[in-house]
Design a protein around this ligand. Sequence first.
Ligand code: DQA
Length: 160
Amino acid sequence: MEIGSTNWVALFRFRFMKILFLNGPNLNLLGHREPEVYGRTTLTDIEANVRKRAAQLGAGIDFRQSNLEGELVAWIQQAKGEFDVIVLNAAAYTHTSIALRDAIAGVGLPTIEIHLSNVHAREEFRHKSLIAPVCLGQITGFGPNSYILALDASINIKAK
Ligand code: DQA
């Protein structure tokens, strides 16, 4: 539906899109955990910033954390039909989990991989991401701002 130069379908999707933020193991410890690597910002602070930005953009978000691989798999499966984009900080499961990779590929929702730290500048075992090949892209190394960059990227995916 196009009236004049306005793409109303894109506008509708833009305003009402829903983004699922998933956080993997140990991210509940942010703020206290290895602050020299991850900083002092807690996951609650990050969620508050994401909610603020999402409200400005008119997007709906859900923000969850689990230390359990199976729970993350279940949430990815359940996202189909309810969310438009998944933003995933899979934490250590990034480097180990074929189950998460298969869930992302199986569900087929656009998924953005994110990390607070620059995983490529750290230990070699963090250079390999099992989920990267089934994600749209990777945002890594911007601290809590990685979440905001992923939110902005999500909006642009659907606005296209
Ligand atoms: C992390 C990087 C992972 O390698 C690590 O296991 C984490 C956090 C990050 O956000 O920088 O737990 O995903």
